[in-house]
Ligand binder design. Structure first.
Ligand SMILES: NC(=O)C1=CN([C@@H]2O[C@H](COP(=O)(O)OP(=O)(O)OC[C@H]3O[C@@H](n4cnc5c(N)ncnc54)[C@H](O)[C@@H]3O)[C@@H](O)[C@H]2O)C=CC1
Ligand SMILES: O=C(O)[C@@H]1CCC=N1
Length: 261
């Protein structure tokens, strides 16, 4: 069985570990006693020793925060990278930086999202297709092989996107409460509505603007809401939200890269 180590089993690392543990031999690393125990309770081997984990595995997934990457590397003997496939899910960190630091390894950069927790992640991977790497990420959802140039944008839209959508869902719920709807009912109904809208957009391959126009009855309710969205700059705010997250991914990449020159 192919063995995989997951270095830094936090939110994303643990979601990946849980999904692949039946098809791969998995060992996950963490720093605190509580995290090590939490991983063990999921039926996954765990250790604090990153060198030991890398040494034991064919494939390594790096899922610490970019800011913790350098420290992590100091804990691993450089010769251990030779011959390994190493997949980084860290935001921003470039393939060039990875191959500079992980000499002798074949490096991949993947960007999943938190929907991995329910097997519905949407992951982009670079640089080129590898069956085992693809199998790992198919365990948590859909996989797209893309050019590395797209990964920072992917991070901003697909990686961070669940957080932005969660904010929008919450805003809908607050609106519902403002109109007198009980909060719990509002959340349930809003999530149903979001799911249904997504199905409609996907199934009919409908352009979002066409769907909007189908809902918008002349002199009806929707146009009044759309007028407020327009005057409050909601669309523009969302475009800027994504762009700002993208810029941060680019900056993280530069910061990590310059720290290893
Ligand atoms: N949370 C998300 O939705 C997504 C996160 N990512 C990326 O995944 C990475 C992890 O993000 P999260 O899981 O959200 O963060 P997290 O903070 O939940 O997980 C990181 C874990 O690594 C551990 N860690 C740090 N240094 C370590 C070391 N030297 N040895 C062992 N463990 C160590 C931390 O204690 C923590 O548990 C980041 O680089 C982020 O950019 C990518 C896609 C989505
Ligand atoms: O916020 C972050 O930096 C990470 C990357 C994508 C989602 N979470």
């Amino acid at each position: 069985m192919v063995s995989i180590s997951i270095l830094g089993a936090g939110k994303i690392g643990t979601a990946i570990a849980k999904s692949i543990k039946d098809n791969f031999e998995v060992i996950a690393t963490a720093r605190s006693e509580a995290s090590l125990k939490r991983i063990q309770e999921l039926g996954i081997a765990s250790t604090r020793d990153n060198s030991y984990a890398v040494n034991k595995s064919d494939i390594v997934i790096i899922s610490v925060k970019p800011q913790h990457f350098r420290t992590l590397l100091t804990e691993i003997k450089p010769e251990l990278w030779i011959g390994k496939k190493v997949i980084s899910v860290m935001a921003g960190v470039k393939l060039l930086t990875l191959s500079r630091l992980l000499k002798g390894a074949t490096v991949f950069r993947a960007m999943p999202n938190i929907n991995a927790v329910v097997g519905k992640a949407t992951t982009a991977i670079s640089p080129q297709k590898d069956e085992t790497v693809e199998k790992i990420f198919l365990s948590i959802g859909n996989v797209y092989w893309v050019q590395e140039e797209l990964l920072d944008a992917w991070t901003a839209i697909i990686g961070s996107g669940p957080a932005f959508l969660a904010e929008i869902v919450d805003a809908f719920a607050l609106g519902a409460v403002a109109c007198g709807m009980p909060r719990e009912l509002a959340y349930d109904a809003i999530l149903d509505m979001v799911e249904g809208t997504v199905s409609l957009l996907k199934k009919c391959k409908t352009h979002p603007v066409f769907l909007r126009d189908q809902v918008t009855t002349p002199a009806g309710t929707t146009i009044r809401g759309l007028m407020v969205m327009e005057s409050e700059g909601v669309k523009s705010a969302i475009i800027k939200t994504v762009e700002s997250a993208y810029q941060r991914a680019v900056t993280i990449g530069k910061e990590i890269d310059s720290s290893v020159q």
